[in-house]
Design a protein around this ligand. Structure first.
Ligand SMILES: Cc1cc2nc3c(=O)[nH]c(=O)nc-3n(C[C@H](O)[C@H](O)[C@H](O)COP(=O)(O)OP(=O)(O)OC[C@H]3O[C@@H](n4cnc5c(N)ncnc54)[C@H](O)[C@@H]3O)c2cc1C
Ligand code: FES
Ligand code: FES
Length: 491
């Protein structure tokens, strides 16, 4: 069955909810609390930081046999993007006899809750974790909770509760088999609707009386066609920037196009030389992809926001947003990543280090979008290092993040590519520093030469996150650290 205009349809605990007449910027959190009275899900910050609003969003697996869930911050997700999916809130957890889920019971037993405001979000993050990992380590539990702030209990009893809950393995899985056929019933159309003349018609999920639309196409062709016809459309990927703009800046884009249902954009394709990462591949998926090949990149991503942020946020969204402190870009630039840009049926390849033209300015033409990111595979002998410096370990914004690749040829640094965020109006390469390094043995590199190259490359500017003096010092010391290890190996 295809979608019904102006009705957002999603599955909630064994029934289909038809949300009618919602605004295109209504958040999932507001709808749950105000329309469905599911007030267990809380609003703390409304900007993806505190985790009080965490719910689980599910989609059918490719075989159509089970539901795959991710934890999301419902405060920054727009309701129309839920069309065709399922949602679980803290109220979903009680079983038919009224018994609590093992995670909830363990939170009670271990005294994991005091004022209780953070508790539903914490429970949902943990229940989401144990759907795929029923024996998590304490580190994995800590990671899963890194987007949930508790200001009164302290985390030890909460982590203890997670460990204790996992001794009840059979009861950890959500009883959601009744949701599977319902998800099939509301599945969104997988091919475009065509007019009698063969023209693509993108059916909106929501259309206002003024003609503003929220669309959610299923194919790349529809995306490209709609954007050429409506170049002012706001693209919606993981919503971790757009959700903030809606909540905090009261942004109300005319047309919004959600890309999450476009299969081609959710794929990672592998060739002998590179991975082609579709624009809707989540950062969690990129983290899994890079863990063994580029561990430092994976570590930067592990410290990117929190699991609910990374479960929806994308590389393409990070790149297109173009924040000066965007964290994925230094790694991608150092690794020589390219962007595949599409407008209509034409594509072009642009190196990421040529993408930005100023602060939050880039080379995208009206109607053009990022289709994929091409991440080169490691070359023999290539070293890749990256590190993010921020006040908190996770869920914090960089003072600066640096990344480097080089190859040691007869002990000398060659093919050096170095990139930073936080030092310039956009993330960028640092050619003057690369020149200082190129052709030198690591032991020959002088801190003073790096300092001079930093001073000649960037405009000194103090920021909210760090003074310029601190940033410049960190920028230099990171380079010295990145080249230090091979020296130790050579000795
Ligand atoms: C709590 C929190 C923590 C965060 N932590 C970090 C962090 O540690 N490091 C960091 O760098 N950022 C962080 N961010 C910022 C944000 O999560 C990232 O920038 C993220 O990668 C954005 O991706 P998205 O898919 O959610 O983008 P969206 O919000 O969906 O979109 C962002 C922008 O990109 C555009 N866009 C999306 N897809 C495309 C496309 N295919 N082609 C062209 N334009 C497109 C959109 O129109 C929009 O302008 C954080 C945000 C929050 C709320
Ligand atoms: S309300 Fe704080 S993360 Fe959503
Ligand atoms: S129990 Fe009060 S904020 Fe966590």
């Amino acid at each position: 069955m295809t979608q019904v205009t102006n009705t957002v349809r999603f599955v909630l605990d064994g029934r289909i909810v038809e949300a009618q007449g919602v605004r295109r910027t209504t958040t999932v959190l507001d709808y749950l609390r105000e329309d469905l009275h599911r007030t267990g899900t809380k609003e703390g910050c409304a900007e993806g930081d505190c985790g009080a609003c965490v719910v689980m969003v599910g989609e059918l697996n490719p075989e159509g046999t089970a539901i795959h869930y991710v934890a999301v911050n419902s405060c920054i997700q727009l309701l129309p993007s839920l069309d065709g999916k399922s949602v679980k809130t803290v109220e979903s957890l009680k079983d038919a006899n009224g018994a609590l889920h093992p995670v909830q019971q363990a939170m009670v037993d271990c005294h994991g809750s005091q004022c209780g405001f953070c508790t539903p979000g914490i429970v949902m993050s943990l229940v989401n974790l144990v759907q795929t990992n029923t024996s998590p380590s304490r580190q994995q539990i800590n990671d899963a909770l890194s987007g949930n702030l508790c200001r009164c209990t302290g985390y030890k009893p909460i982590v203890d509760a997670a460990v204790q809950a996992c001794s009840h393995k059979p009861a950890l899985k959500l009883q959601d088999q009744a949701d599977v056929p319902l998800l099939k019933e509301i599945a969104r159309a997988k091919s475009p609707t065509l007019s009698l003349d063969g023209e693509i018609i993108v059916q909106p999920v929501v259309r206002t009386r003024k003609g503003n639309e929220f669309v959610s196409p299923a194919t790349l062709g529809e995306v490209a066609d709609y954007l050429v016809k409506n170049p002012q459309t706001t693209l919606l990927a993981g919503s971790t920037e757009i959700g903030l703009q809606v909540n905090k800046q009261f942004s109300r884009p005319e047309h919004i196009m959600y890309l999450g249902n476009v299969r081609e954009l959710r794929e990672v394709q592998e060739s002998p030389k590179a991975w082609r990462i579709g624009a809707m591949v989540s950062l969690e998926e990129v983290l899994a992809l890079t863990r063994s090949v580029y561990p430092d990149f994976a570590e930067v991503l592990r410290r990117f926001g929190s699991p609910p942020i990374r479960s929806t946020a994308t590389l393409a969204g990070n790149i297109a947003n173009g924040s000066p402190i965007g964290d994925s870009m230094p790694c991608l630039m150092a690794l020589g990543a390219d962007l595949i840009l599409r407008r209509g049926n034409k594509t072009r390849t642009v190196a990421l280090d040529q993408f930005y033209t100023g602060q939050k300015q880039n080379v995208l033409q009206p109607g053009e979008f990022i289709e994929a990111i091409e991440l080169p595979k490691p070359q023999p002998g290539q070293v890749f290092r990256a590190h993010k410096v921020s006040k908190r370990f996770e869920q914090d914004i960089s003072a600066t993040c640096a990344a480097i690749t080089y190859t040691l040829a007869q002990g000398k640094l060659t093919q050096v590519r170095l990139a930073y965020n936080g030092l310039a109006p956009s993330p960028c390469r640092a050619p003057k520093l690369e020149a200082v390094l190129e052709g030198k043995r690591p032991s020959e590199v002088k801190a003073a030469d790096l300092d001079a190259a930093i001073a000649a490359s960037f405009t000194a500017r103090d920021g909210l996150r760090a003074t310029w003096t601190y940033r410049a010092l960190v920028a230099r010391n990171l380079v010295l650290d990145f080249i230090e290890e091979p020296v130790a190996q050579e000795a």
